[in-house]
Ligand binder design. Structure first.
Ligand code: CP
Ligand code: NVA
Length: 323
């Protein structure tokens, strides 16, 4: 029998029973402690028992990584996962969030929700009496950003002072990376075409979080934006729900592909990340995603470890022994 969870990871105590709706819901200290815990789970050096706990997944959009990694993470902790897909529950027939959230809170210990509007996620969090986790909205993807930070830390050690250039659409991924990067003292540059910038409110929030330690910038020229960057990141040009804009976006994003020529402008040690799914030949070239700088499959694996850490932080009883 090892020490209690609360003694091993005191920085995570404030997260117990709370929600994760935004990357900015975590402090820098909590984010780093989650990464430490994730790294321990990844090494296999920590065992924690959440048997008897249940996680509900309410996913209004498609998912491979998030759905499977949450399911396996909960399984590794001894807990249970229920797929509450709107097509098989009354959610799809319009049962109000206020009722669904209160009912499900009587059955499950946490809800991971993937939906369109951040406001709907906030509604779930308002009505639920159990932790609500953002499993992707149009505004943010905080679980992905945690996996990205773990991957960057595995490659560079300290995150502080690193430059991450996100090339592409100023979308949910860009937002969570700006917020997490700002918290952790990273320089985040978003290179996007005019008209596809990050949400000004998120940009403002990230700049406030960054203080003097980090810089958050938006540029419209990919080459100067990636110069000397240690991390290049990209994501699809048309996110889920924007499929009808696909053709128009292909034209608007011409020149914003992370290809060999763009990678050559970055720091020689640069790594390339993509949250996946990827469109080869659009936002990333086949050569780069399959090349030596790519860490996309480590990054995808890390979803499992950070979410195991997150579930432990939100759900573990402080006296649960760690072994
Ligand atoms: N990166 C990510 O969230 O992938 P899925 O859409 O497959 O969950
Ligand atoms: N920006 C993408 C991320 C997918 C993981 C989307 O929202 O579809």
């Amino acid at each position: 029998m090892g020490p209690p969870f609360s003694q091993r990871f005191p920085a995570l105590a404030p997260l117990r029973g709370g929600d994760l709706l935004s990357s900015a819901d975590l402090s820098a200290e909590e984010t780093l402690a989650l990464l430490d815990l994730a790294a321990e789970f990844k090494r296999g050096s920590l065992h924690l028992d959440l048997s008897g706990k249940a996680l509900g997944l309410i996913f209004t959009k498609a998912s491979t990584r998030t759905r499977v990694s949450f399911s396996v993470a909960m399984g590794r902790l001894g807990g249970q996962v229920l797929d509450l897909n709107p097509s098989v529950t009354q959610v799809g027939r319009g049962e109000p969030v206020a009722d669904t959230a209160r009912v499900l809170s009587r059955y499950v210990d946490a809800l991971a929700i993937r939906t369109f509007e951040q406001r709907e996620l906030a509604d779930y969090a308002h009505w639920a009496s159990v932790p609500v986790i953002n499993a992707l909205t149009d505004l943010e993807h905080p679980c992905q950003a945690l996996a990205d930070l773990l991957t960057i830390r595995e490659n560079f050690g300290d995150l502080r002072g690193l430059t991450l250039t996100y090339v592409g659409d100023g979308n949910n991924m860009a937002h969570s990376l700006m917020l997490s990067g700002a918290l952790l003292g990273m320089h985040v540059r978003v290179a996007c075409p005019e008209g596809f910038c990050p949400d000004p409110a998120v940009l403002d929030q990230a700049r406030k979080l960054a203080g003097r330690a980090a810089t958050i910038s938006v540029l419209h020229e990919p080459v100067p934006a990636v110069r000397d960057a240690e991390v290049l990141y990209t994501d699809v040009w048309a996110s889920m729900g924007q499929e009808q804009e696909q053709q128009q976006r292909l034209q608007a994003f011409a020149g914003f592909c992370v290809d060999e020529a763009l990678l050559a402008e970055a720091d020689p040690r640069a790594i390339v990340l993509h949250c996946l799914p990827a469109h080869r030949g659009e936002e990333i070239s086949a050569g780069v995603i399959e090349g030596s700088a790519s860490r996309v499959f480590d990054q995808a694996e890390n979803r499992l470890h950070v979410q195991q850490a997150l579930l432990a932080a939100l759900l573990a009883d402080p006296n649960t022994p760690c072994s």
